[in-house]
Design a protein around this ligand. Sequence first.
Ligand SMILES: NC(=O)c1ccc[n+]([C@@H]2O[C@H](COP(=O)([O-])OP(=O)(O)OC[C@H]3O[C@@H](n4cnc5c(N)ncnc54)[C@H](O)[C@@H]3O)[C@@H](O)[C@H]2O)c1
Ligand SMILES: [Zn+2]
Length: 388
Amino acid sequence: MTAHLQQITVHYSFPVVFTRHLFSPRNLALRKALTRDAPPRPARCLVLLDRGVQQAFPDLPRHIRAYFAAHAKHLHLARAPLILSGGEAIKQTTRPIQRILAALHRANICRHSYCIAIGGGAFLDAAGFAAALFHRGVRHIRIPTTALAQCDSGVGVKNAINYKNAKNLLGAFAPPWAVLNDAAFLDNLPQPLLLDGIAEAVKVAAIKDARFFRAIERAAPQIRRRNLPVIRRTLKRCAQLHMQHIATSGDPFEHGAARPLDYGHWSAHKLETLSRHRLSHGHAVAIGISLDALYAARTGHLPLADAHRLIQTLRTCGLPIWDPALTRKNKRGQLAIFDGLEDFRAHLGGELTLTLPAPLGARVEIHHVNRPLMKTCLDELCTLANRP
Ligand SMILES: NC(=O)c1ccc[n+]([C@@H]2O[C@H](COP(=O)([O-])OP(=O)(O)OC[C@H]3O[C@@H](n4cnc5c(N)ncnc54)[C@H](O)[C@@H]3O)[C@@H](O)[C@H]2O)c1
Ligand SMILES: [Zn+2]
């Protein structure tokens, strides 16, 4: 037998830009991103647009066309922006993926041209997955338009759709070519969508940055009152922490069994499915991190007072900490939420690994969940939620 150890080192770098009015012809952020390898010909682009964004910004397709016309020497728009319905529905079947693949094919997108997706986290997840499949991967530009996508999902390296009733079961790790965060998309964003991003900010602060947690705690009343500068600052810090983690954790493609950024997500993902996506990802995360904070307290990793601070911060911001779907039973008559533990383990393979805050701003990994104790935490959370 002969065995050769093949070793490959791949380096990724991509800009994450924070800007405003991305499609104003004077804004060069997009042009710079599309020409960063100094192509000899104008960069060929297919633009995919989330219908929810197009409805909130009806002039956007016109502005996109005008931007490409103003930069025609460097950029080429292969066709008018393709508008598809976004939200979780785009991740529920493979049909939208097929539509995007057909559009990439018709637009003659190659590995040196671009698939530009403008939309919420779900839209970008689906578009990024299609871009990763086409030609085994074409350059993908993310333009996130929700708070959660700008501070979390859009700046990462994961793309996915749901399959067989499980969140993100089909997907690909594929770093984007660039991420362009336009603050103007947040100006009229409905408050629940703003709060989705705040939930992820509380999540990452609780396990990584105690100072950031205290800042959110202090800012919570302003967040509730929709103070946009405060919200933008919070989202930006959240995005930086996510980026730092992906760059420095040593496991950007999650080969190991741990997934610190998914604190609270074993139940959040299950809750999204159990509520048939009535609960948004961010709202489900607020509930999931509340539950796991109580569990961290009951297992001696976090002072109970700190678990209550985290829960109170979420509530002050206007986020939920409880949902009736938590009481749903599965076919065996057991609490269905607990099936989320096995789904979560299976998604990564190996040993179940959950991350808990221990104490606020730091984290611990656990590999076993005491279900009766978790059930006590569920009851406690329900009691807390019923308190004014
Ligand atoms: N890839 C990752 O690493 C990662 C991380 C976290 C979350 N996610 C995924 O992100 C998804 C949630 O994303 P989301 O919170 O952005 O919500 P979303 O994408 O589901 O969007 C919610 C709604 O807002 C609309 N919308 C988008 N931008 C808008 C705007 N500017 N104004 C008005 N309406 C707008 C959309 O059309 C949609 O109807 C989930 O599927 C979740 O699993 C992925
Ligand atoms: Zn999340």
